[in-house]
Write a protein that binds this ligand. Structure first.
Ligand code: PLP
Length: 354
């Protein structure tokens, strides 16, 4: 990349100060741009850093955004508690409720529609092509948090989104050992975000960029394996008598299966499901698993299992958790790259214990 393009992007070509960029980080950014078909990518210290800087750079004080119900909890907390300090209001809609989106766009001057697709933890899918058309007709930008999809399973920009965001901590880095976040899009939009990022200072450590580059060498192999394992296990779990509900966009029973099939080439490695039992019975199932780590992340080589009621939502009462659809028996399983038969045997033996 030539000096002139760096200047266009508002970068300091000499990297005269670490907060403005680093050659190793630029290599990682270019790789993500290539995968997303983006003009530019900005890599930051975490996924949360990426979304927050994006909101603050692109939405004016007193502005209005639209977002979706099912979503990464800290993102929701930022939207509900910090954005109002800048007079920014949010309309929150169901991921499939296109009428509600149209209504919100008609009623308010909406700067940005922000959504995950698939969402956390219920893997709901937003029709990116359709919402982009609607939003663009009103001059509204679309940002998709594609962390669950990975840049391989879903090309949000090609589908019409203006910006795609990832927690690189998850699949992109892929080894459960580094934090990072990125946003990709047109040079114009990303430059605007970069300018604020240079002030706010959530710079990625270059060694983290190196780990991300190393992780990305196997992204396609990992994602292929995780797609395959997750789909096979989702089908198996759906037919299991001790499982009452399975949430996975690759299943015909999923409410947006038809959307997922249209816009994704694989359905990702995370499967959420509900155990036939209460909080303790579900915890017993999780404790009986031998392969996965019990942790709140996902997307790494090692399988990870999470019981949201006692982990990511531990501080809320049962009725407050229920407002987000989080039941005591919900399990979020992130399939790693372990052998399918080993994972299957492990899950089946753990179900046998309850
Ligand atoms: C993890 C995650 C984030 C936050 O990313 P960090 O790198 O942990 O800060 C944002 N959105 C989604 C969908 C995530 O899964």
């Amino acid at each position: 990349m030539g000096v002139s393009l760096f200047m266009l992007e508002g970068r300091h070509a000499s990297f005269e100060y670490g907060r403005y960029g680093n050659p190793t980080t630029v290599v990682a950014e270019e790789k993500i741009s290539a995968l997303e078909g983006a003009e530019s990518t900005l890599l930051m210290a975490s996924g949360m850093c990426a979304s927050i800087v994006m909101f603050m750079a692109l939405v004016p004080a007193g502005g209005h955004i639209v977002t979706t119900t099912d979503c990464y909890r800290k993102t929701r907390i930022f939207i509900e508690t910090v954005l109002p300090k800048m007079g920014i209001e949010a309309t929150i809609i169901d991921p499939a409720d296109v009428d509600a989106l149209e209504h919100a766009l008609d009623k308010n001057e909406v700067t940005l529609f922000f959504t995950e697709s698939p969402t956390n933890p219920f893997l709901r899918c937003v029709d990116i092509e359709l919402v982009s058309k609607l939003c663009h007709s009103k001059g509204t930008l679309v940002c998709v948090d594609g962390t669950f999809a990975t840049p391989l399973n879903q090309k949000a920009l090609a589908l019409g989104a203006d910006i795609v965001l990832h927690s690189a901590t998850k699949y992109i880095a892929g080894h459960n050992d580094v934090l990072g976040g990125c946003i990709s899009g047109s040079e114009k939009l990303i430059s605007a975000v970069r300018t604020l990022h240079n002030i706010l200072g959530g710079a990625l450590n270059p060694n983290a960029a190196y780990l991300i580059i190393r992780g990305m060498k196997t992204l396609h192999l990992r994602v292929q394996q995780q797609n395959t394992t997750a789909l096979r296990m989702a089908k198996l779990l759906e037919g299991h008598p001790k499982v009452t509900q399975v949430y996975y966009p690759g299943l015909v029973s999923h409410p947006e299966h038809y959307v997922a099939k249209q816009q994704m080439t694989g359905f990702g490695g995370v499967v959420s499901f509900e155990i036939d039992g209460d909080l303790m019975k579900t915890a017993k199932f999780i404790d009986a698993l031998k392969i996965p780590y019990i942790a709140p992340s996902f997307g790494g080589c090692e399988s990870i299992v999470d019981q949201p009621a006692i982990m990511s939502y531990w501080d809320l009462s049962q009725s407050d958790r229920a407002k987000f659809g989080i039941k005591d028996n919900l399990v979020r399983f992130s399939f790693g790259i372990e052998d399918f038969e080993d994972l299957k045997a492990d899950i089946l033996q753990a179900l046998e214990t309850i």
